[in-house]
Write a protein of this length. Structure first.
Length: 395
């Protein structure tokens, strides 16, 4: 891999490790430690992800039009500053405000990371985005492994660890990413679709919207593991450190499973097929989770869920990168990240509302129904582009 991909991966691991001390425990902290309802916790997380959506769009546009380095520095400064404040004071109001600012800062940062990966290593295709994805999940594994045990001692230490690693991430950005703009300009490239034919921006963006509909649904369902299912594990007697261990399983499996994943993706190269297969596995994982009452069953469901996300998560930014016209890679990656954030925003709030009004079983049945949507959106998203390509060839 190119040097900049390694730098992006290392910085990603450190940043996500810091964040993973906190984000799996957000709902548990607000519900169990601060005594707030699941709907309230979901409401606060919705604001966090709403800010993340705004940040993603800002970050993507600034990457395309302004400066990759200054954009990522802005995002990391906002996140780090809020994390430091949170380490000193984490009552509900400070907690809520800082989560909102962290969401904004992280939102600005991630489109730059993904867009740089695509710009620096265009020939890498899925591998460029997969490198960032694996680095994210190594951070999840490390943060969740340590975070659950730290939280069982005191939540105060969680906030200190989060702030410390965000600070290290900021130092890496300041000193290692100074040449990011020159690297970006050197590797600007035309996209796959542009090489095949001059596709109108409108068709490409409509395709992105359709594709993103399925991505939203998968993230909506996935976010339940960080909110309603997190609280449900506590209700059935799963200890806090074992719940955090579920995310450690998730992260380490993604990292250690890469050789097997590569064997599969070398034989099945189509990102569309990765989404189809991943969506089917997603449904199976929620069927298992619906009947889980002990740690072993939750762990089994998490392993299956992880296999699904290993196929889907890198496939979406790969297809978005192929769809992006020249000079719009940052915006397209920002849009995809915004859709994921929208799923994480509405998922905890609406999921918590369903559980508060009805029960967890009703939520599971609803998730199983909507998880068929990604099959449809993946089938349909590029129909307009394909027909336009045929028309241009005939002309």
């Amino acid at each position: 891999m190119p040097r900049y991909i390694w730098l992006l991966a290392i910085a990603t691991t450190i940043s996500v490790t810091g964040g993973s001390f906190l984000w799996p425990l957000n709902t548990i902290y607000m519900h169990n430690e601060l005594g707030k309802s699941l709907a309230f916790a979901g409401f606060i997380l919705a604001f966090n992800q709403g800010a993340n959506i705004v940040g993603n769009l800002i970050g993507g546009i600034l990457f395309d039009k302004f400066s990759a380095y200054k954009t990522i520095l802005l995002g990391t400064t906002l996140s780090t500053g809020s994390a430091i404040v949170l380490s000193f004071n984490h009552d509900i109001w400070t907690y809520s405000i800082c989560l909102l600012i962290i969401g904004l800062g992280s939102g600005i940062t991630w489109p730059v990371m993904f867009a740089m990966a695509g710009s620096v290593w265009p020939e890498g295709g899925r591998r460029a985005f997969n490198a960032i994805y694996v680095a994210q999940n190594l951070g999840v594994a490390l943060g969740a492994t340590i975070g659950g045990y730290v939280a069982s001692i005191s939540f105060d230490y969680i906030f200190i660890a989060n702030a410390s690693l965000f600070f290290v991430f900021t130092l890496i950005v300041i000193f290692a990413f100074r040449g990011m703009d020159e690297e970006k300009n050197r590797h600007m490239h035309t996209t796959v679709l542009e090489q095949r034919g001059k596709i109108k921006d409108k068709s490409a963006f409509i395709a992105l919207l359709i594709l993103s509909g399925g991505f939203f649904v998968t993230w909506f369902a996935y976010s339940q593991w960080q909110s309603t299912i997190a609280s449900y594990t506590q209700d059935v007697g799963v200890p806090l450190e074992q719940y955090s261990a579920l995310w450690a399983i998730n992260g380490f499996l993604i990292v250690l499973g890469q050789p097997l994943l590569k064997l599969f993706t070398d034989k099945v190269t189509s990102p569309k097929k990765h989404i189809y297969i991943g969506a089917a596995i997603f449904i199976f994982s929620f069927v298992i989770a619906m009947y889980a009452e002990a740690f072993t069953m939750f762990a089994t469901a998490m392993v299956i869920l992880t296999i699904a996300e290993m196929l889907i998560w890198p496939a979406i930014p790969t297809l978005a990168n192929e769809l992006a016209p020249q000079g719009r890679a940052g915006f397209y990656q920002g849009f995809v990240n915004s859709v994921a954030a929208a799923g994480r925003m509405l998922g905890p709030f609406l999921g918590g509302l369903v559980v508060d009004l009805f029960n967890i079983e009703v939520l599971f049945y609803g998730l199983l129904v909507i998880l068929f949507i990604p099959f449809l959106t993946t089938k349909l998203y590029d129909r307009g582009i394909q027909s336009e390509q045929v028309s241009e060839k005939q002309a």
